[in-house]
Write a new protein. Structure first.
Length: 554
């Protein structure tokens, strides 16, 4: 093969090619993102619309049906699922698997923008996001606790210090808080007093809206400067709300304090966070779509340590859980499995070949092929996840097969009396077509896996291509590096069997293997020694002269 002749004739060039593959692979490995599963953008959209105070029936009639009618006109819609809760409408839109996720997301937002004006005044703006992605789960969870602070004070610290600090971490998309105690001025209207003064609830609401405002009124300009004028009429305390004039009767003002009980309290909680029974503020951190999970987890740990130093005495930011730790541990376990499989493979090759030089020549295929595969993963935009690492673990035994066949045939030609250069060239040429056919057979098996349809096919796309690239690289290395090293690196005739201690182990293994060969040869000779020991199969119907199966001699 011409590629083998080039490698044997230009050993420096072949070595530099292998070094280039290693360098590119190592640089690519350093830049690969680590994920639990492949980064799949499913063509699914989630639409959430808040409608405070509305019953599920109102939400369905005013919001959900309008949203379904609007998004149904987007091209590629496969299925629409909706749920109407009290004060909230949720709609999931599933598109055909070949739809572009970015396009359908933008078109859905455009359709909802067209019907937004028709929503009730109390309804909030629709929130459109991708559904079914890994980023819907928080990457880290913390708890803010304080023995000297109230729940409201902890909420202030969480909102102004913890949340803002985590949002500045690179790769963080948003930070959610749970168990917060938000201040709320509660106006408890007395119906009897309203009737006594002849005032309706609507008048009270209008008075509150008119008194609690903050509006810009313009600018004041001079020859040298310009100032913005803003009227800030927002009320700060319960006493200020009590002095609001609701109406006038007979020229006398009727204050809000005369009609209602005003309390400086907390908003009703929708979430509660506790750690070991102690009230706390839950902090959930979500990462952006293209962020490295491991790097975000480490950056959050550093940010949490910095926040801890700035907290007031008695407050504590406690780390609870991080997805990065679980994923990193799982990925490390898979990497360890790959290394163990590679070590066992090399050991078995050494036992059978009985030569440490032959073992090194064939064993170099494993690290070079695996490391070079990282370049292809980076070029394809894949990540280090369970699927790609499982593909590498699966094909560890396949990667060294070609090198073993090539090296074994080269050694056979050397035993025939040929010099190393001729044995390397002719030995590789002799079995080159067989090795090529074997490798392409493996490729033919895994290529269809990479192009499976449906959502499952998206997850196995990286798996199939990783196996294909690794196997093709191992074939390339077997046709270049192995013949080149075999031509330049002479192997002693006795191999490693001439060593004192290791030689006894190898010779003992050879004797054990020879006994199995003798046993298998005797079994094969017995099976082929006579007709009475063969399995008999009935012939076609035209050979009616032969006995039936029940009449066969046993």
């Amino acid at each position: 093969m011409w590629i083998t002749r080039v490698a044997i004739g230009q050993p420096v060039f072949a070595t530099m090619v292998m070094v280039a593959l290693l360098v590119l692979g190592l640089f690519s490995y350093d830049r690969l993102r680590v994920e639990a599963m492949p980064d799949i953008e499913l063509p699914m959209v989630q639409i959430a619309v808040a409608y405070p105070g509305a019953s599920p029936e109102q939400v369905e009639a005013d919001i959900t049906k309008a949203v379904e009618s609007a998004v149904n006109t987007v091209a590629g819609v496969k299925r629409i699922l909706s749920r109407a809760d009290e004060g909230r409408s949720l709609t999931w839109v599933e598109f055909r698997i070949d739809s572009d996720p970015t396009r359908v997301l933008q078109e859905t937002r455009d359709k909802l923008a067209q019907i937004r004006a028709g929503f009730p005044r109390e309804a909030r703006d629709p929130v459109v996001s991708r559904a079914g992605g890994e980023n819907e789960e928080p990457v880290a969870t913390f708890a803010l606790m304080g023995s000297a602070q109230s729940q409201r004070e902890l909420t202030r610290i969480a909102q102004q210090e913890v949340q803002k600090a985590f949002e500045r971490v690179p790769g963080v998309a948003r930070v959610d808080l749970g168990g917060t105690a938000t201040r709320q001025i509660q106006v408890l209207v007395d119906p009897a007093r309203l009737v006594a003064f002849g005032i309706s609830v609507d008048q009270v609401v209008q008075a509150l809206r008119a008194a609690n405002v903050s509006v810009p009124v313009g600018t004041i300009s001079s020859a040298t400067s310009e100032a913005i004028v803003r009227v800030d009429g927002r009320l700060a305390s319960a006493a200020d709300f009590g002095r609001i004039i609701v109406a006038r009767k007979g020229g006398a003002p009727i204050l809000l304090s005369q009609l209602a009980q005003i309390r400086d309290a907390e908003r009703e909680r929708t979430t509660i966070a506790r750690v070991d029974g102690q009230p706390s503020i839950g902090v959930w951190v979500y990462r952006s779509q293209d962020a490295n999970l491991i790097e975000v987890g480490r950056a959050l740990r550093q940010a949490a340590a910095e926040i801890e130093r700035q907290l007031p005495p008695g407050a504590e930011l406690k780390f609870m859980w991080a997805m990065a730790d679980f994923v990193e541990q799982s990925v490390d376990n898979v990497k360890r499995t790959i290394l163990e499989g590679a070590a066992l493979t090399v050991l078995i090759v050494f036992l059978f070949l009985g030569s440490w030089r032959s073992t090194v020549i064939t064993g170099l295929t494993l690290p070079i092929a695996v490391i070079a595969t990282f370049s292809a993963l980076y070029a394809f935009g894949f990540t280090l996840n369970y699927m790609t690492l499982m593909a590498l673990a699966l094909c560890i035994g396949l990667l060294i097969d070609d090198a073993i066949v090539v090296r074994e045939n080269i050694v056979r030609h050397q035993h025939l009396g040929k010099d190393h250069l001729r044995a390397a060239r002719e030995g590789t040429d002799e079995i080159g077509l067989a090795v090529l056919a074997t490798t392409l057979s493996v490729v033919a098996v895994f290529v269809p896996i990479a192009f499976m349809g449906g959502i499952v096919g998206k997850y196995f796309y990286a798996f199939g291509l990783t196996v294909v690239v690794a196997v093709l690289l191992s074939m390339f290395i077997s046709f270049t590096l192995d013949p080149m090293l075999s031509a330049l690196w002479r192997d002693p005739p006795e191999g490693a069997r001439g060593l004192p201690l290791l030689g006894r182990v190898l010779r003992g293994f050879d004797r054990w293997l020879e006994r199995w060969h003798l046993w298998y040869g005797a079994l094969l000779a017995w099976a082929l020694s006579g007709r009475r020991y063969r399995l008999w199969w009935p012939l076609p119907a035209r050979a009616s002269s032969r006995p039936t199966c029940s009449a066969c001699p046993r």
